[in-house]
Design a protein around this ligand. Structure first.
Ligand code: ZN
Length: 295
């Protein structure tokens, strides 16, 4: 059960979103800054995302009448401009996902701010507007990042895991909605095999890997909650996995009571019902001002 359920629009039982992080080959360049540019195997694995998988995914969305959210490092947007055009053409959202998939927690605040703003400028130039939402590379949000999102007027973050349904993150700077994620609905553990960045996972069969996501979805459906799939085009956009996803989508859409929407629409809805009096749980920062075990 969920203690503080959110009423979804048009009598929908739950809200759901498939989000694709279009990281492409940014991962190898940021992990191997000096020689990644000549490692063709991981580059090719990444390039499959924007060039082969995203058009396939958008075809399915068009056929099924879906608009969804993509998160894209700005360097990937500049490197694959046709992919950006195709996503926008399909009416989908592109959220902020760093510049080159740099990890916010491994940069100083000033460095993080530089790359963050540089990425925002790319969004404005290529999409005509500032992004409404953010997802941190490897979910590595810091309070400095949240404060920057709040100062910049972002509507939501989608990197944290403290609830089943949307909640609010409050800091001294203000607050932002959190559309929570979880590793149980992330395709990295079952499908990523990427030696250069330290992942040597046993790759699961499509039906095995996807089954975990579907079970997470079913529990949220039963509870009237909220489900986000966190996927990567070069993993779940591969032929066999996306074929299985498409069939699953056909089934859940046929139920007629699941609201699939871009995250910005879901966040706007949560903000509206909250404004009308529906309680939304708050988490307050800082959790800790210093390492708690050092007194
Ligand atoms: Zn990513």
């Amino acid at each position: 059960m969920i203690r503080n359920p959110i009423p979804w629009p048009n009598g929908a039982r739950m809200a759901a979103a498939i989000t694709f992080d279009v990281d492409a080959d940014s991962l190898i360049h940021v992990a191997r800054p000096t020689d990644g540019f000549d490692r063709l195997a991981p580059i090719s694995m990444g390039r499959y995302g924007p060039t082969v998988a995203v058009p396939r995914i958008l075809d399915a969305y068009r056929r099924l009448g879906l608009r969804q959210t993509f998160f894209m490092p700005a360097w990937c947007m500049e490197t694959y401009p046709e992919t950006v055009e195709a996503i926008l053409e399909a009416g989908c959202e592109i959220g902020h996902h760093s510049y080159l998939h740099e990890n916010p927690a491994s940069h100083s605040d000033a460095e993080q701010g530089y790359w963050f703003d540089r990425a925002t400028e790319v969004h404005v130039r290529m999409t005509g507007r500032k992004p409404r939402g953010y997802r941190a590379p490897v979910y590595n949000v810091t309070q400095g990042v949240l404060d920057r999102l709040i100062a910049d007027g972002f509507l939501y973050d989608s990197s944290l895991m403290a609830d089943d349904i949307p909640y609010a993150m409050r800091t001294a700077a203000g607050e932002i909605l959190e559309l929570p994620v979880h590793w149980g609905s992330d395709d990295w553990p079952p499908f990523a095999h990427y030696e250069e960045i330290g992942y040597l996972m046993p790759v699961r069969a499509p039906s095995d890997g996807l089954r975990g996501f579907f079970e997470e979805f079913d529990a949220q459906y039963e509870a009237g909650g909220f489900w986000i799939g966190v996927f990567h085009p070069f993993l779940t956009g591969r032929l066999a996995r996306w074929r299985a996803m498409e069939r699953w989508l056909e089934g859940v859409l046929a139920r007629g009571d699941v609201w699939f929407a871009p995250l910005e629409d879901i966040a706007a809805h949560v903000a509206a019902v909250r404004g009308a009096g529906t309680p939304v749980r708050e988490e307050r920062l800082p959790y800790y001002a210093r390492p708690p075990h050092l007194g």
